[in-house]
Design a protein around this ligand. Structure first.
Ligand code: SAM
Length: 282
């Protein structure tokens, strides 16, 4: 009996896959071919497609909000995250908040922060907790955190703010008591007052430049750029700078970015962090 050969994602059809996936926010340059092929095949078998071309045409015919697109994007993205994942960056944010600009008694106005690829929300809530903790004593300060990602399922988890106890391990007990309520079966939910501070929204960072986000005082973009090829780094980082208010803080991951600078930014030297401040006059 002659077996049908397995369809393969060969060099010929790879570029068009790279193109439609990138339009949806996924950079295939950093995804091993075998992984990409396996994930596409899994979806093809669900629909009974026996070649990549038919599945490609099917995807092309669908709106990007269609469930199939959501499931495919989810299967291609890494959503690993933790509360208080990068303590040194959070210390730097505390320092920034306690600097003259936000000194208790002096400050007025608002703080807008952005968690750029927030996954299931832990980074955005960590940010909200740090801001709340350090500005509580200060009257007349409003703050809000915008939390964006391309994964619909991750954003849904973030909006609910419900996490298993095991995921709260990095949060000091007094902050856990202050900002979470216990639910059944060892789950905890972020208190409503804090959930109300964080606005989850779907955004493909590759299209962030013209997004109606307003000016941010703090932007956190961590453990994210490694999923993009180097030629995309400047595009993404320049878009983040567009949304950074004068005097604002941009926090990246040391392991994500090499040799990048921007004329509107000055680097902040603080241990184990990669951070920049937007010049006040830029
Ligand atoms: C490894 S997680 C990082 C989570 C968080 N920033 C942290 O440091 O813990 C990477 C996230 O980037 C999201 N992502 C990937 N491509 C994206 C894109 N083009 N636009 C927005 N988010 C994207 C993924 O869905 C995933 O949730």
């Amino acid at each position: 009996m002659k077996l049908n050969p397995k369809p393969s994602l060969n060099i010929e059809n790879y570029p068009k896959w790279a193109e439609i996936l990138e339009e949806s926010g996924v950079c295939t340059d950093t995804i091993p071919n075998s992984f990409l092929e396996t994930r596409l095949r899994m979806r093809m078998s669900v629909h009974g497609f026996n070649n990549f071309h038919r599945y490609y045409n099917y995807l092309k015919s669908l709106n990007r909000n269609n469930m199939e697109w959501r499931v495919l994007i989810d299967s291609l993205t890494v959503k690993e995250t933790r509360f208080f994942r990068d303590p040194d960056s959070l210390f730097l944010i505390e320092k920034f908040l306690l600097s003259n600009q936000y000194l208790p008694g002096k400050a007025q106005g608002s703080i807008h922060a952005w968690s750029v690829a927030c996954a299931t929300g832990e980074e955005a809530y960590s940010l909200a907790i740090i801001i709340d903790k350090n500005t509580r004593a200060t009257k007349d300060i409003f703050f809000g955190v915008t939390a964006t990602d391309i994964s619909h399922s991750a954003l849904t988890t973030g909006k609910q703010g419900i996490y298993h106890e095991s995921r709260l391990a990095n949060i000091p007990p007094y902050l856990r008591t202050k900002y979470f309520i216990p639910l059944d079966d060892n789950f905890y939910q972020v208190k409503l007052m804090m959930r109300n501070r964080v606005c989850f929204s779907r955004l493909n960072v590759l299209q962030a430049k013209n997004a109606p986000l307003g000016k941010m005082n703090i932007i956190v973009c961590q453990n994210f750029l490694i999923y993009f090829s180097l030629d995309k780094h400047s595009l993404i980082l320049d878009a983040l700078v567009t949304h950074l208010a004068p005097g604002g803080l941009l926090i990246l991951s040391i392991s994500d970015v090499f040799n990048w600078s921007h004329p509107a930014l000055e680097k902040i030297n603080y241990e184990n962090t990669l951070a920049y401040r937007r010049k006040a006059d830029s």
